[in-house]
Design a protein around this ligand. Structure first.
Ligand code: NDP
Length: 457
């Protein structure tokens, strides 16, 4: 029988890779993992976690304003970017330490080096060479920067987490998750923010009511919304400022700013890994093609997380890693369940969503009932803030089953996490209605919605 150095070798120490390696080790496998940067991956080091810390920081701007109507007097608040950065860095270092200790405690051997497949069982790790019976690719994704003149002066979310100073004027390019989240972050800290998006309304792919509500709120908050525009070029001036040429179908606009952040999507990290040479099939967009057990076209090579470009979300990568390890090293075969995944956008106000959009529900079910509300949250009756909360349920007319739940408004991610259980469980509108409300909350609207609009495809 052939012997290998490891039963499992994982390339990439992010959420999916770390979970898979720990579960496999717990099931008795000899596991090695390679990470050439910091253990924790995008989510912990330069994604979800530091982003959420920044979002908290950004929210204080509006909170200080809202506090006045509640009797609080706050001296002119000031914000220190270096303080936030130092505290964020300390927390990320702490989490990185925890990830490292978890690996150590699970007896997973960490190789702090870049790995590359030499063949389907052999991996070059830095200057070493190791062999493994099974290999898991969990290398994540990387921001895509379009090839425009001056792109070298622009940053992605990676660098936005490390900026030495807060830019006074920021252009954010894109209309997806990262664009609206970072736009809100920069505005909250005090920057003037322009959003340039090639489409006409942010968050393409989300329910139309979410998109329209969020865009209206962004406009109210004073974002300069350059919809239908593309960045043609960026020129760095001698004083360090960036001159950006923004073009629409009908006009050209010159914009001066101090930072240009591209949030124009992320691509799977599959280059220079020796994957094709080892026979691993990639999709057209460069992702590792896998089946429902995360197995690639090569029998002993698997992939989980963003590198597979299924759902680029941390909890999904973790589930994929767990399912892979349990299937390969345990006694149960677990395919990954990708149905009805809830997600959130930490914009201001935030978005929470689970299940089908109205459009998708109509396509799949023919006729649906729409329950929608749009109101001023109780908090803002005193604060006077002109912010609307939008909540919407999409219900299958025939079965009464709730197919989708969508919200824009304070705490939407927290609310939708709970509602997600009900939608995943296939509960009906009648069962939502049978649930007693918690009063006064915004979330109670999800169990008290009465007004219905029936829509047919
Ligand atoms: P998204 O795919 O969400 O958005 C990319 C945006 O960039 C879209 O608006 C797209 O426009 C635009 N775009 C793409 N290419 C170009 C181009 N060449 N020129 C101009 N605009 C362009 O990607 P993100 O980078 O925002 O995020 C990547 C993924 O990471 C998300 O899809 C999500 O899965 C995950 N993520 C999740 C978060 C969360 O859970 N809260 C937070 C951050 C990221 P168009 O709409 O026209 O295609």
């Amino acid at each position: 029988m052939e012997t290998y150095d490891y039963d499992l070798f994982v390339i990439g120490g992010g959420s999916g890779g770390v979970r898979a390696s720990r579960v496999a080790a717990g099931l008795g496998a000899r596991v090695g993992i390679a990470e050439d940067y910091r253990v924790g991956g995008t989510c912990v080091i330069r994604g979800c976690v530091p982003k959420k810390l920044f979002v908290y920081a950004a929210h204080f701007r509006d909170d200080f304003e809202d506090a006045r109507a509640y009797g609080w007097t706050v001296d002119e608040p000031s914000f220190s970017w270096p303080t936030l950065m130092a505290n964020k860095d300390r927390e990320i270092a702490r989490l990185e330490g925890i990830y490292g200790r978890l690996l150590e405690g699970s007896k997973v051997k960490l190789h702090k080096a870049r790995a590359r497949l030499l063949d389907r069982h052999t991996i070059a790790v830095g200057t070493d060479k190791v062999t493994a019976k099974t290999i898991l690719v969990a290398t994540g994704g990387w921001p895509v920067m379009p090839a425009i003149p001056g792109i070298e002066h622009c940053i992605s979310s990676n660098e936005a987490f490390e900026l030495p100073d807060l830019p006074r004027r920021v252009l954010v390019v894109g209309g997806g998750y990262i664009a609206v989240e970072f736009a809100g972050i920069f505005r909250g800290m005090g920057s003037q923010v322009t959003i340039s998006y090639r489409g006409d309304c942010v968050l393409r792919g989300f329910d139309q009511d979410i998109r329209a509500t969020l865009q209206a709120e962004l406009a109210k908050k004073g974002f300069d919304l350059a919809m239908g525009s593309v960045v043609e070029s960026v020129v760095k001036q001698p004083n360090g400022a960036l001159s950006v040429t923004l073009c629409t179908d009908t006009a050209t606009r010159l914009l001066e700013c101090d930072a240009v952040t591209f949030a124009t999507g992320r691509a799977p990290n599959t280059a220079k890994l020796g994957l094709r040479e080892a026979g691993v099939e990639l999709t057209q967009d460069g992702a590792v093609r896998v089946n429902e057990f995360s197995r690639s076209s090569v029998e002993n090579i698997f992939a989980v997380g963003d590198v597979t470009n299924r759902y680029a979300l941390t909890p999904v990568a973790i589930r994929e890693g767990q399912a892979f390890a349990t299937t390969e090293f345990g006694s149960t075969r677990i395919p990954v369940d990708h149905a009805t995944i809830a997600s959130a956008v930490f914009s201001q106000p935030p978005v929470g969503t689970v299940g089908l959009t109205e459009e998708a529900a109509l396509k799949r079910h023919g006729t649906v009932d729409i329950y929608k509300t749009d109101f001023k949250a109780l908090k803002h009756t005193l604060s006077g803030r002109d912010e609307r909360t939008m909540m919407k349920l999409i219900v299958d007319t025939k079965s009464g089953r709730v197919l989708g739940a969508h919200m824009v408004g304070a705490d939407a991610p927290e609310v939708i996490q709970g509602i997600g259980i009900a939608v995943k469980a296939g509960l009906t509108k009648a069962q939502f209605d049978a649930t007693c409300a918690i009063h006064p909350t915004a979330a109670e609207e999800f169990v008290t919605l009465k007004e219905k609009r029936t829509v047919a495809a």
